[in-house]
Write a protein that binds this ligand. Sequence first.
Ligand SMILES: O=C(O)CCC(=O)C(=O)O
Ligand SMILES: [Fe+2]
Length: 429
Amino acid sequence: MIAERVQALALGGPNKLPAQFIRPVHERPENTVAVDGVTVPVISLSQPHDVVVKEVAEACQEWGFFLITDHGISPSLIQRLKEVGQEFFELPQGEKEAYSNDAASGKFEGYGTKMTKNLEESWSGLTITFISWLLLLRLTTMYGPKIHLLTADLPPLFCTCRSYPSADGRQQLVFRVSPSCMDKDSSELRGRGTLMANTGWLKRLGNSAPLILLVKGDLETWSSAFFMASFPEPLLDGLSCFRTRRGSLSGVTEEYSKEILRITENLLQLLSEGLGLEGKVLKSCLGDEELKLEMKINMYPPCPQPELALGVEPHTDMSALTILVPNDVPGLQVWKDGNWVAVNLLENALFVHVGDQIEVLSNGKYKSVLHRSLVNKECTRMSWAVFIAPPHEANIGPLSELVNDQNQAKYSTKTYAEYRHRKFSKLPQ
Ligand SMILES: O=C(O)CCC(=O)C(=O)O
Ligand SMILES: [Fe+2]
Protein backbone atom coordinates (compact mmCIF):
# COMPACT_ATOMS: atom_id res chain seq x y z
CA MET A 1 0.00 0.00 0.00
CA ILE A 2 3.06 2.23 0.27
CA ALA A 3 2.62 3.19 -3.35
CA GLU A 4 -0.68 4.83 -2.63
CA ARG A 5 0.64 6.78 0.30
CA VAL A 6 3.65 8.58 -1.08
CA GLN A 7 2.44 11.70 0.63
CA ALA A 8 2.59 10.02 4.04
CA LEU A 9 6.04 8.67 3.26
CA ALA A 10 7.29 12.11 2.29
CA LEU A 11 5.98 13.63 5.52
CA GLY A 12 8.48 11.52 7.44
CA GLY A 13 11.23 13.46 5.63
CA PRO A 14 13.32 10.48 4.49
CA ASN A 15 16.85 11.44 3.42
CA LYS A 16 17.12 8.55 0.96
CA LEU A 17 14.69 7.57 -1.74
CA PRO A 18 13.18 4.16 -0.93
CA ALA A 19 14.24 1.49 -3.44
CA GLN A 20 10.87 1.04 -5.13
CA PHE A 21 11.01 4.64 -6.41
CA ILE A 22 14.50 4.46 -7.93
CA ARG A 23 14.11 4.46 -11.70
CA PRO A 24 16.23 2.29 -13.97
CA VAL A 25 19.41 4.13 -14.98
CA HIS A 26 18.21 5.01 -18.47
CA GLU A 27 15.00 6.60 -17.11
CA ARG A 28 16.49 8.72 -14.35
CA PRO A 29 16.16 12.48 -14.72
CA GLU A 30 19.89 12.81 -13.98
CA ASN A 31 20.62 10.83 -17.16
CA THR A 32 17.87 12.27 -19.33
CA VAL A 33 18.10 16.00 -18.91
CA ALA A 34 15.89 18.30 -20.96
CA VAL A 35 17.38 19.88 -24.07
CA ASP A 36 18.46 23.52 -23.79
CA GLY A 37 16.94 26.42 -25.68
CA VAL A 38 13.76 24.74 -26.96
CA THR A 39 10.38 26.02 -25.84
CA VAL A 40 6.87 24.73 -26.41
CA PRO A 41 4.37 26.69 -28.56
CA VAL A 42 2.27 29.34 -26.82
CA ILE A 43 -0.94 30.33 -28.62
CA SER A 44 -3.16 33.28 -27.82
CA LEU A 45 -6.79 32.46 -28.51
CA SER A 46 -7.57 36.13 -29.04
CA GLN A 47 -5.83 36.23 -32.44
CA PRO A 48 -7.82 36.21 -35.70
CA HIS A 49 -9.57 32.86 -36.27
CA ASP A 50 -7.49 31.69 -39.24
CA VAL A 51 -4.23 32.45 -37.41
CA VAL A 52 -5.38 30.41 -34.41
CA VAL A 53 -6.45 27.49 -36.64
CA LYS A 54 -3.03 27.47 -38.29
CA GLU A 55 -1.04 27.74 -35.06
CA VAL A 56 -3.10 25.10 -33.26
CA ALA A 57 -2.88 22.67 -36.20
CA GLU A 58 0.90 23.13 -36.45
CA ALA A 59 1.36 22.63 -32.71
CA CYS A 60 -0.76 19.45 -32.80
CA GLN A 61 1.20 18.06 -35.74
CA GLU A 62 4.66 18.89 -34.47
CA TRP A 63 4.28 18.67 -30.70
CA GLY A 64 0.88 17.33 -29.67
CA PHE A 65 1.20 19.97 -26.99
CA PHE A 66 0.85 23.75 -26.56
CA LEU A 67 -0.01 26.43 -24.05
CA ILE A 68 -3.04 28.66 -24.52
CA THR A 69 -3.47 32.20 -23.26
CA ASP A 70 -6.48 34.54 -23.49
CA HIS A 71 -8.78 31.57 -22.92
CA GLY A 72 -11.29 33.52 -20.86
CA ILE A 73 -11.13 31.57 -17.57
CA SER A 74 -10.83 34.06 -14.77
CA PRO A 75 -7.61 33.89 -12.73
CA SER A 76 -9.71 33.90 -9.57
CA LEU A 77 -11.51 30.67 -10.58
CA ILE A 78 -8.16 29.01 -11.29
CA GLN A 79 -6.94 30.25 -7.92
CA ARG A 80 -9.98 28.80 -6.13
CA LEU A 81 -9.53 25.48 -7.93
CA LYS A 82 -5.95 25.33 -6.68
CA GLU A 83 -6.88 26.27 -3.14
CA VAL A 84 -9.56 23.61 -2.72
CA GLY A 85 -7.25 20.95 -4.18
CA GLN A 86 -4.42 22.01 -1.92
CA GLU A 87 -6.70 21.97 1.10
CA PHE A 88 -7.71 18.42 0.33
CA PHE A 89 -4.11 17.24 0.24
CA GLU A 90 -3.39 19.08 3.48
CA LEU A 91 -6.02 17.04 5.37
CA PRO A 92 -4.63 14.61 7.92
CA GLN A 93 -3.75 11.33 6.23
CA GLY A 94 -6.51 9.47 8.05
CA GLU A 95 -9.18 11.85 6.77
CA LYS A 96 -7.99 11.53 3.19
CA GLU A 97 -8.24 7.76 3.48
CA ALA A 98 -12.01 8.14 3.73
CA TYR A 99 -11.88 9.17 0.06
CA SER A 100 -9.57 6.33 -1.12
CA ASN A 101 -9.89 4.89 -4.58
CA ASP A 102 -9.52 1.21 -5.37
CA ALA A 103 -8.28 0.93 -8.93
CA ALA A 104 -7.88 -2.85 -8.73
CA SER A 105 -11.63 -3.24 -8.26
CA GLY A 106 -12.50 -0.61 -10.84
CA LYS A 107 -13.20 2.29 -8.47
CA PHE A 108 -10.98 4.95 -9.98
CA GLU A 109 -12.54 7.92 -8.26
CA GLY A 110 -10.96 9.20 -5.09
CA TYR A 111 -7.59 9.49 -3.42
CA GLY A 112 -4.67 7.22 -4.27
CA THR A 113 -1.85 6.76 -6.71
CA LYS A 114 -2.17 4.10 -9.35
CA MET A 115 -4.65 4.59 -12.16
CA THR A 116 -3.51 1.55 -14.09
CA LYS A 117 -4.51 -1.84 -12.88
CA ASN A 118 -1.41 -3.66 -11.86
CA LEU A 119 -1.51 -6.87 -13.84
CA GLU A 120 0.93 -8.42 -11.45
CA GLU A 121 -1.53 -8.16 -8.59
CA SER A 122 -3.40 -11.22 -9.74
CA TRP A 123 -0.27 -13.31 -10.10
CA SER A 124 1.27 -15.66 -7.66
CA GLY A 125 4.89 -16.57 -7.63
CA LEU A 126 7.77 -18.81 -6.73
CA THR A 127 10.67 -17.15 -5.03
CA ILE A 128 13.98 -17.77 -6.77
CA THR A 129 17.45 -16.39 -6.48
CA PHE A 130 18.79 -14.74 -9.57
CA ILE A 131 22.23 -15.98 -10.40
CA SER A 132 23.03 -14.16 -13.55
CA TRP A 133 21.64 -12.74 -16.72
CA LEU A 134 22.59 -16.06 -18.25
CA LEU A 135 20.19 -17.82 -15.93
CA LEU A 136 17.49 -15.53 -17.16
CA LEU A 137 18.29 -16.45 -20.72
CA ARG A 138 18.38 -20.10 -19.77
CA LEU A 139 14.97 -19.80 -18.13
CA THR A 140 13.52 -18.26 -21.21
CA THR A 141 14.84 -21.08 -23.35
CA MET A 142 13.59 -23.66 -20.88
CA TYR A 143 10.18 -22.17 -20.56
CA GLY A 144 9.32 -21.61 -24.08
CA PRO A 145 9.91 -20.22 -27.48
CA LYS A 146 6.82 -18.10 -26.94
CA ILE A 147 8.79 -15.87 -24.63
CA HIS A 148 9.99 -12.77 -26.37
CA LEU A 149 13.06 -11.12 -24.98
CA LEU A 150 11.76 -7.66 -25.56
CA THR A 151 14.72 -6.13 -23.82
CA ALA A 152 17.38 -8.24 -25.45
CA ASP A 153 19.00 -5.14 -26.84
CA LEU A 154 19.33 -3.46 -23.45
CA PRO A 155 21.90 -4.19 -20.79
CA PRO A 156 20.24 -6.37 -18.17
CA LEU A 157 20.27 -3.81 -15.42
CA PHE A 158 18.12 -1.54 -17.48
CA CYS A 159 15.54 -4.14 -18.12
CA THR A 160 11.90 -3.18 -17.79
CA CYS A 161 9.17 -4.38 -20.07
CA ARG A 162 5.58 -5.35 -20.28
CA SER A 163 3.37 -8.33 -20.88
CA TYR A 164 1.74 -8.85 -24.22
CA PRO A 165 -0.58 -11.56 -25.41
CA SER A 166 1.06 -13.78 -27.99
CA ALA A 167 -0.58 -14.60 -31.30
CA ASP A 168 -2.15 -17.69 -29.78
CA GLY A 169 -3.73 -15.61 -27.04
CA ARG A 170 -1.36 -16.53 -24.23
CA GLN A 171 0.56 -14.08 -22.16
CA GLN A 172 4.16 -13.37 -22.98
CA LEU A 173 6.93 -12.51 -20.63
CA VAL A 174 7.24 -9.42 -18.49
CA PHE A 175 10.57 -8.38 -17.08
CA ARG A 176 10.67 -5.69 -14.53
CA VAL A 177 14.08 -5.53 -12.99
CA SER A 178 14.79 -2.76 -10.59
CA PRO A 179 18.46 -1.83 -10.33
CA SER A 180 18.06 -1.34 -6.60
CA CYS A 181 17.77 -5.10 -6.17
CA MET A 182 21.12 -5.82 -7.69
CA ASP A 183 24.80 -5.63 -7.15
CA LYS A 184 25.67 -2.04 -7.94
CA ASP A 185 28.93 -2.75 -9.75
CA SER A 186 27.95 -5.88 -11.51
CA SER A 187 26.41 -6.13 -14.90
CA GLU A 188 24.97 -9.38 -13.72
CA LEU A 189 21.58 -9.73 -12.25
CA ARG A 190 21.93 -10.70 -8.60
CA GLY A 191 19.59 -10.77 -5.67
CA ARG A 192 16.32 -12.29 -4.73
CA GLY A 193 13.46 -12.03 -7.08
CA THR A 194 10.16 -13.61 -7.74
CA LEU A 195 9.43 -15.89 -10.60
CA MET A 196 5.83 -15.11 -11.26
CA ALA A 197 3.25 -16.98 -13.20
CA ASN A 198 -0.46 -16.78 -13.44
CA THR A 199 -1.92 -19.20 -10.92
CA GLY A 200 -3.37 -21.39 -13.62
CA TRP A 201 -0.17 -21.46 -15.58
CA LEU A 202 1.91 -22.20 -12.52
CA LYS A 203 0.33 -25.64 -12.43
CA ARG A 204 1.41 -26.44 -15.91
CA LEU A 205 4.92 -25.07 -16.05
CA GLY A 206 6.38 -26.84 -19.00
CA ASN A 207 7.98 -26.17 -22.30
CA SER A 208 5.32 -23.88 -23.56
CA ALA A 209 4.25 -22.27 -20.29
CA PRO A 210 4.31 -18.52 -20.44
CA LEU A 211 6.12 -16.95 -17.55
CA ILE A 212 6.60 -13.69 -15.82
CA LEU A 213 9.87 -12.87 -14.22
CA LEU A 214 9.92 -9.80 -12.09
CA VAL A 215 11.82 -8.52 -9.14
CA LYS A 216 9.74 -8.14 -6.01
CA GLY A 217 8.63 -4.58 -5.53
CA ASP A 218 7.37 -2.96 -8.67
CA LEU A 219 8.63 0.51 -9.55
CA GLU A 220 6.57 3.33 -8.17
CA THR A 221 6.17 6.99 -8.94
CA TRP A 222 6.61 9.79 -6.41
CA SER A 223 3.06 11.07 -6.50
CA SER A 224 -0.38 10.99 -4.98
CA ALA A 225 -3.55 11.89 -6.82
CA PHE A 226 -7.21 12.62 -6.45
CA PHE A 227 -9.44 11.63 -9.36
CA MET A 228 -13.09 12.31 -10.10
CA ALA A 229 -15.57 12.52 -12.93
CA SER A 230 -16.38 16.19 -13.24
CA PHE A 231 -18.85 16.53 -16.11
CA PRO A 232 -21.63 15.64 -16.81
CA GLU A 233 -22.13 12.70 -14.42
CA PRO A 234 -23.06 13.48 -10.85
CA LEU A 235 -20.12 13.12 -8.54
CA LEU A 236 -19.87 10.28 -6.10
CA ASP A 237 -21.60 11.21 -2.86
CA GLY A 238 -18.53 10.52 -0.76
CA LEU A 239 -16.46 12.90 -2.83
CA SER A 240 -18.95 15.67 -3.15
CA CYS A 241 -19.28 16.03 0.62
CA PHE A 242 -15.73 17.27 1.03
CA ARG A 243 -15.86 20.99 1.77
CA THR A 244 -13.07 23.46 2.28
CA ARG A 245 -12.87 27.08 3.37
CA ARG A 246 -13.13 28.08 -0.31
CA GLY A 247 -16.13 25.92 -1.20
CA SER A 248 -16.61 22.27 -1.98
CA LEU A 249 -14.00 20.45 -4.02
CA SER A 250 -16.68 19.09 -6.31
CA GLY A 251 -18.47 22.45 -6.62
CA VAL A 252 -15.40 24.38 -7.69
CA THR A 253 -14.33 21.53 -9.96
CA GLU A 254 -17.73 21.55 -11.62
CA GLU A 255 -17.60 25.30 -12.16
CA TYR A 256 -14.09 25.02 -13.63
CA SER A 257 -15.09 22.04 -15.79
CA LYS A 258 -17.85 24.04 -17.45
CA GLU A 259 -15.22 26.56 -18.49
CA ILE A 260 -12.96 23.78 -19.71
CA LEU A 261 -15.87 22.39 -21.73
CA ARG A 262 -16.31 25.76 -23.43
CA ILE A 263 -12.60 25.85 -24.29
CA THR A 264 -12.70 22.22 -25.44
CA GLU A 265 -15.53 22.95 -27.86
CA ASN A 266 -13.50 25.82 -29.26
CA LEU A 267 -10.35 23.68 -29.56
CA LEU A 268 -12.18 20.80 -31.22
CA GLN A 269 -13.54 23.20 -33.80
CA LEU A 270 -10.05 24.61 -34.45
CA LEU A 271 -8.59 21.11 -34.69
CA SER A 272 -11.32 19.98 -37.12
CA GLU A 273 -10.73 22.99 -39.33
CA GLY A 274 -6.98 22.33 -39.14
CA LEU A 275 -7.70 18.93 -40.71
CA GLY A 276 -9.61 20.64 -43.51
CA LEU A 277 -12.95 19.47 -42.12
CA GLU A 278 -16.10 21.17 -40.90
CA GLY A 279 -15.73 22.62 -37.41
CA LYS A 280 -18.20 20.24 -35.77
CA VAL A 281 -16.65 16.95 -36.97
CA LEU A 282 -14.33 16.05 -34.08
CA LYS A 283 -16.81 16.93 -31.36
CA SER A 284 -19.46 14.86 -33.05
CA CYS A 285 -17.11 11.82 -33.29
CA LEU A 286 -16.35 12.23 -29.60
CA GLY A 287 -19.98 11.89 -28.62
CA ASP A 288 -21.23 15.47 -29.00
CA GLU A 289 -23.16 16.31 -25.86
CA GLU A 290 -22.00 13.03 -24.30
CA LEU A 291 -18.41 14.22 -24.04
CA LYS A 292 -17.01 13.42 -20.59
CA LEU A 293 -14.66 15.38 -18.39
CA GLU A 294 -12.59 13.92 -15.57
CA MET A 295 -10.41 15.80 -13.12
CA LYS A 296 -7.15 14.42 -11.75
CA ILE A 297 -5.32 16.43 -9.14
CA ASN A 298 -1.69 15.34 -9.05
CA MET A 299 0.40 16.00 -5.97
CA TYR A 300 4.15 15.42 -5.92
CA PRO A 301 5.59 15.92 -2.44
CA PRO A 302 9.20 17.01 -1.87
CA CYS A 303 11.46 14.13 -2.81
CA PRO A 304 14.80 13.35 -1.14
CA GLN A 305 16.52 12.35 -4.41
CA PRO A 306 14.58 13.86 -7.30
CA GLU A 307 17.35 13.00 -9.76
CA LEU A 308 16.48 9.30 -9.33
CA ALA A 309 12.67 9.46 -9.31
CA LEU A 310 9.72 10.37 -11.53
CA GLY A 311 6.39 11.88 -10.54
CA VAL A 312 4.66 10.46 -13.61
CA GLU A 313 6.26 7.91 -15.93
CA PRO A 314 6.53 8.75 -19.63
CA HIS A 315 3.07 8.17 -21.12
CA THR A 316 0.53 9.52 -23.55
CA ASP A 317 -2.97 10.33 -22.27
CA MET A 318 -5.75 8.06 -23.50
CA SER A 319 -8.16 10.99 -23.57
CA ALA A 320 -9.01 13.07 -26.64
CA LEU A 321 -7.49 16.18 -25.07
CA THR A 322 -6.11 16.98 -21.64
CA ILE A 323 -6.14 20.52 -20.31
CA LEU A 324 -3.87 21.05 -17.33
CA VAL A 325 -2.99 23.83 -14.98
CA PRO A 326 0.06 23.47 -12.67
CA ASN A 327 0.95 25.23 -9.44
CA ASP A 328 4.06 27.40 -9.44
CA VAL A 329 6.55 24.52 -9.40
CA PRO A 330 7.79 23.39 -12.83
CA GLY A 331 8.26 19.70 -13.66
CA LEU A 332 6.31 18.74 -16.77
CA GLN A 333 8.40 17.64 -19.76
CA VAL A 334 7.24 16.71 -23.25
CA TRP A 335 9.04 14.52 -25.78
CA LYS A 336 9.94 16.18 -29.07
CA ASP A 337 12.31 14.92 -31.77
CA GLY A 338 14.19 12.57 -29.47
CA ASN A 339 14.57 14.96 -26.52
CA TRP A 340 12.74 15.91 -23.37
CA VAL A 341 11.66 19.54 -23.44
CA ALA A 342 10.90 21.25 -20.11
CA VAL A 343 7.62 23.16 -20.07
CA ASN A 344 8.16 26.58 -18.49
CA LEU A 345 5.49 28.12 -16.34
CA LEU A 346 3.41 30.93 -17.77
CA GLU A 347 0.95 32.62 -15.45
CA ASN A 348 -2.68 31.71 -16.14
CA ALA A 349 -1.82 29.78 -19.29
CA LEU A 350 -3.45 26.35 -19.75
CA PHE A 351 -1.41 23.37 -20.95
CA VAL A 352 -3.13 21.46 -23.75
CA HIS A 353 -2.11 17.85 -24.47
CA VAL A 354 -3.33 16.02 -27.54
CA GLY A 355 -4.42 12.58 -26.32
CA ASP A 356 -4.63 9.20 -28.05
CA GLN A 357 -8.21 9.58 -29.32
CA ILE A 358 -7.40 12.68 -31.36
CA GLU A 359 -4.30 10.98 -32.76
CA VAL A 360 -6.46 8.02 -33.84
CA LEU A 361 -9.27 10.18 -35.30
CA SER A 362 -6.76 12.28 -37.25
CA ASN A 363 -5.09 9.07 -38.48
CA GLY A 364 -1.81 10.19 -36.95
CA LYS A 365 -1.78 13.71 -38.35
CA TYR A 366 -2.05 15.10 -34.82
CA LYS A 367 0.32 13.52 -32.29
CA SER A 368 -0.59 12.29 -28.87
CA VAL A 369 2.24 13.78 -26.82
CA LEU A 370 4.57 11.63 -24.74
CA HIS A 371 5.16 13.39 -21.45
CA ARG A 372 6.45 12.85 -17.93
CA SER A 373 6.66 14.78 -14.71
CA LEU A 374 9.72 15.34 -12.53
CA VAL A 375 9.72 15.96 -8.81
CA ASN A 376 11.41 18.53 -6.65
CA LYS A 377 13.65 18.36 -3.58
CA GLU A 378 12.15 21.24 -1.61
CA CYS A 379 8.77 22.06 -3.11
CA THR A 380 5.47 20.30 -3.50
CA ARG A 381 4.42 20.28 -7.13
CA MET A 382 0.73 20.02 -8.00
CA SER A 383 -1.21 19.90 -11.24
CA TRP A 384 -4.91 19.85 -12.12
CA ALA A 385 -5.51 17.82 -15.28
CA VAL A 386 -8.91 17.65 -16.95
CA PHE A 387 -9.16 14.63 -19.27
CA ILE A 388 -11.69 15.13 -22.05
CA ALA A 389 -12.91 11.83 -23.37
CA PRO A 390 -15.70 10.28 -25.44
CA PRO A 391 -18.37 8.11 -23.79
CA HIS A 392 -17.30 4.49 -23.32
CA GLU A 393 -19.50 3.18 -26.11
CA ALA A 394 -18.21 5.63 -28.76
CA ASN A 395 -16.44 3.92 -31.64
CA ILE A 396 -13.20 5.69 -32.37
CA GLY A 397 -11.12 5.12 -35.48
CA PRO A 398 -9.49 7.18 -38.22
CA LEU A 399 -11.97 9.60 -39.78
CA SER A 400 -13.17 8.28 -43.13
CA GLU A 401 -12.53 11.71 -44.69
CA LEU A 402 -8.81 11.27 -43.95
CA VAL A 403 -8.40 7.73 -45.23
CA ASN A 404 -7.89 6.83 -48.87
CA ASP A 405 -5.63 4.68 -51.07
CA GLN A 406 -2.65 6.93 -50.42
CA ASN A 407 -3.41 7.33 -46.71
CA GLN A 408 -4.44 3.99 -45.29
CA ALA A 409 -5.88 3.75 -41.79
CA LYS A 410 -3.01 3.50 -39.32
CA TYR A 411 -5.16 2.58 -36.33
CA SER A 412 -7.89 0.05 -35.68
CA THR A 413 -11.37 1.23 -34.79
CA LYS A 414 -12.64 0.25 -31.37
CA THR A 415 -14.90 1.50 -28.61
CA TYR A 416 -13.38 3.85 -26.08
CA ALA A 417 -14.19 1.22 -23.40
CA GLU A 418 -12.03 -1.29 -25.26
CA TYR A 419 -9.26 1.28 -25.70
CA ARG A 420 -9.31 2.11 -21.98
CA HIS A 421 -9.23 -1.51 -20.98
CA ARG A 422 -6.22 -2.13 -23.20
CA LYS A 423 -4.41 0.97 -22.01
CA PHE A 424 -5.07 0.28 -18.32
CA SER A 425 -3.98 -3.32 -18.73
CA LYS A 426 -0.91 -2.28 -20.74
CA LEU A 427 -1.99 -4.36 -23.72
CA PRO A 428 -1.21 -3.29 -27.30
CA GLN A 429 -4.05 -1.41 -28.99
O1 LIG B 1 1.65 16.79 -13.49
C1 LIG B 1 1.80 16.94 -14.70
O2 LIG B 1 2.23 17.97 -15.17
C2 LIG B 1 1.46 15.82 -15.64
C3 LIG B 1 0.40 14.88 -15.13
C4 LIG B 1 -0.02 13.89 -16.16
O3 LIG B 1 0.60 13.72 -17.17
C5 LIG B 1 -1.24 13.08 -15.95
O4 LIG B 1 -1.83 13.14 -14.86
O5 LIG B 1 -1.63 12.38 -16.91
FE1 LIG C 1 -0.63 12.73 -18.69
